[in-house]
Design a protein around this ligand. Structure first.
Ligand code: AG3
Length: 294
C-alpha cells in the first residue's frame, strides 16, 4: 500500500484528540443491529476490533489488559478463601465478547465462568477473525455464554459470584448503562460475601470524569473502593484504570509472596502480570489520586 492510497481508521472516542491506525487489511465491517463493528489489520497492533469507532482490543497488547482484568481479583479471592484446586470459584464476566478475558479467567483450573455479552455478533466475528483472543475459551465446558443485556442480568440473577469482571466498552452508547450507580449496586448484589467487582475504567488522563464517577459510586456501596493501573498502548493516553470494589479490604493487600504462591500453584504463565505487579498496580500517582478526592 503506498502512502497516498493508505487507508486509515480514525478513532474518535475522545473529544479533541484522535488516534489513527493504518488499515493494512480490512477484514470485516457491519452494523450488528446494536453497534458498528470493524475488524482490520494494522502493521503495529496486529488485528484490531473496533465498536462504534472505538478500539476495543488489538492482538499486540490485549494480553496486558486481559491479564490485568482477570488475575489480580481471582488470585486475591483464592488467597482469601484459602481455596484448594478442588474448590470451585464462580466468575461473572459482563461484556468481553472477544473472549480475551474469558481465556485468562479459564487459566485458573478451579473456576466456573459465566459470561454475559449483549452482542452475539461480536463473539462470532472475534472467533473468526481474532481466534487468538478466545483461543477456544468459548468451547470450554467450564464456560457458559449468555447472550443478554449485562445490566439486566445483574439486576435479576439469583446466582452469586466470587468475582465479577466488567469488560465493557466506554460509557458512550450501549456501554453507558455499565457505569451507573444502579449497575454497580446490582453487581454488588450478585457477589458472594467478600467477593470483588473489577471494571475497566478508562484512561484517567482523558476520561478523568469517568473514574471520579465510578469512585463516587463505589464508595457508597463498598467498604474498599480502589483502582489499579496498567499501560495498554492501544488505549491512547497513558495508564488505563481498573476499578476494584469489595467489602474485603484485605484482598488487595496480599503480599507478593502470597500471590506468587498462588501463581505457582497453577503454573500460571503471564506476559505482563506478575506477583510484584499485583501490589504495584494499586500505587497511584498524585494526579490520579486527586481525581478520587474530587
Ligand atoms: N474493553 C474496552 C476498553 C476500553 C477502550 N477505551 C479506551 N480507549 N478508553 C473492550 C473489550 C476488550 N476485551
Amino acid at each position: 500500500m503506498n502512502g497516498a492510497k493508505m487507508a486509515w481508521f480514525d478513532e474518535t472516542l475522545h473529544d479533541g484528540i484522535r488516534q489513527s491506525l493504518t488499515v493494512d487489511r480490512l477484514l470485516h465491517r457491519e452494523h450488528t443491529g446494536l453497534q458498528e463493528l470493524t475488524i482490520f489489520e494494522n502493521r503495529l497492533f496486529g488485528r484490531v476490533l473496533a465498536l462504534d469507532g472505538a478500539i476495543q482490543t488489538a492482538e499486540a497488547d490485549e494480553y496486558v489488559y486481559h491479564e490485568m482484568l482477570a488475575h489480580p481479583a481471582i488470585l486475591a479471592r483464592k488467597a482469601a478463601l484459602c481455596s484448594g484446586p478442588q474448590d470451585s470459584l464462580d466468575i461473572l464476566i459482563v461484556g468481553g465478547g472477544d473472549g480475551g478475558c474469558l481465556r485468562e479467567v479459564l487459566r485458573h483450573p478451579e473456576v466456573r465462568a459465566t459470561q454475559v455479552e449483549i452482542d452475539a455478533r461480536v463473539v462470532e466475528l472475534a472467533k473468526l477473525h481474532l481466534p487468538a483472543l478466545s483461543a477456544g475459551a468459548f468451547d470450554d465446558p467450564r464456560a457458559e455464554l449468555v447472550v443478554a443485556d449485562g445490566a439486566r442480568f445483574v439486576a435479576e440473577t439469583e446466582r452469586r459470584f466470587d468475582v465479577a469482571i466488567v469488560d465493557s466498552t466506554d460509557p458512550v452508547g450501549p456501554g453507558a448503562a455499565l457505569f451507573t450507580g444502579e449497575f454497580y449496586r446490582n453487581c454488588k448484589r450478585c457477589l458472594k460475601d467478600g467477593g470483588v467487582l473489577v471494571t475497566q475504567n478508562g484512561v484517567p488522563a482523558l476520561q478523568g470524569g469517568e473514574l471520579a464517577a465510578s469512585h463516587a459510586a463505589f464508595r457508597t456501596l463498598f467498604a474498599d473502593p480502589a483502582f489499579y493501573v496498567a499501560p495498554v498502548p492501544t488505549y491512547n493516553g497513558g495508564f488505563m484504570a481498573f476499578g476494584w470494589a469489595t467489602d474485603d479490604p484485605g484482598l488487595r493487600r496480599w503480599s507478593g509472596a502470597t500471590i506468587r504462591d498462588r501463581i505457582d500453584a497453577i503454573g500460571l504463565e503471564t506476559r505482563y502480570f506478575n506477583a510484584e505487579i499485583f501490589s504495584a498496580a494499586f500505587v497511584l500517582p498524585n494526579d490520579i489520586r486527586s481525581l478520587l478526592r474530587a
